[in-house]
Design a protein around this ligand. Structure first.
Ligand code: GDP
Length: 193
C-alpha cells in the first residue's frame, strides 16, 4: 500500500458531524497514551498528522483521517485516563458507543494495547464490546521496540489470556519507532477494506 495524500478530514463528537460519504472505515480504540496517534502517523508517513502527546487524556473527539480517498482511519477517544471526572468519562464512553453503533460503513474496530503491560479492565470491557458488536477482534500490541525479542511470546500470551483470545494471529505487534510489521498492517488493512 502506498499512501500519498492522507488528511484529517473531520473532528466530530456527534453523528451529524461525521463525514457524510460512506468510505470504508477502520476504527482504532485504546486507552490514552497507548500509541494511536503514533500508529496513524507512522502508517501514513507523516510526523504530525495525528497529534501525539506525552500528556494523555487530551483527545475527546472522533477524528476521521481520509487516506487517499480510499478509506478512513478513525481515531476514537482514548479512555482510562485517571485524572478526569466521572461525568467526563461517561461522555467519552457515549461518544465511542454512539460511533460504534450508528456507523454503517465501519468495517473493523481494532483495539490497541501496550505490549509491555497486561491489558486493563477498561481494555477488557472495550474488547468484549467490540466482539459483541460483531467485529473480528483484532488487536495491535504497540511499543514492540520497548521489549526484548526473547520476551515477545510471553507478552503476547499475557495479552491473549487477559482478553480471552484463542487465536494468537489476532494479535499484531507493532512499533511506531522501528515500523516493524508495517507491511503486514498495510496488507491487513487492504484485506479489510
Ligand atoms: P495516543 O494517546 O494513544 O495517541 O498515544 P501517542 O501516539 O501520543 O503515544 C504516547 C507516547 O508513547 C508518546 O510519547 C509516543 O512517542 C510513545 N509511543 C507511541 N508508540 C510508540 C512505539 O511504538 N515505540 C515507542 N518507543 N514509543 C511509542
Amino acid at each position: 500500500m502506498k499512501i500519498i495524500n492522507p488528511e484529517l478530514e473531520k473532528i466530530a463528537v456527534k453523528p451529524e458531524q461525521y463525514p457524510s460519504n460512506n468510505l470504508p472505515e477502520i476504527a482504532l480504540a485504546g486507552r490514552s497514551n497507548v500509541g494511536k496517534s503514533s500508529l496513524i502517523n507512522s502508517l501514513v508517513n507523516r510526523k504530525n498528522l495525528a497529534r501525539t502527546s506525552s500528556k494523555p487524556g487530551k483527545t475527546r473527539t472522533v477524528n476521521f483521517y481520509n487516506i487517499d480517498g480510499k478509506f478512513r482511519l478513525v481515531d476514537l477517544p482514548g479512555y482510562g485516563y485517571a485524572a478526569v471526572s466521572k461525568s467526563e468519562k461517561d461522555k467519552w464512553a457515549e461518544t465511542i458507543e454512539t460511533y460504534l453503533s450508528v456507523r454503517e460503513n465501519l468495517r473493523e474496530v481494532i483495539l490497541l494495547v501496550d505490549i509491555r503491560h497486561e491489558p486493563t479492565e477498561n481494555d477488557v470491557m472495550m474488547y468484549n464490546w467490540i466482539i459483541e458488536m460483531g467485529f473480528s477482534g483484532y488487536v495491535i500490541a504497540t511499543k514492540l521496540d520497548k521489549i526484548g525479542k526473547s520476551r515477545l511470546q510471553q507478552h503476547i500470551k499475557t495479552v491473549a489470556t487477559k482478553l480471552g483470545i484463542d487465536d494468537r494471529k489476532k494479535i499484531i505487534y507493532y512499533s511506531s519507532e522501528t515500523k516493524e510489521n508495517r507491511d503486514y498492517i498495510y496488507k491487513f488493512i487492504e484485506e479489510i477494506i
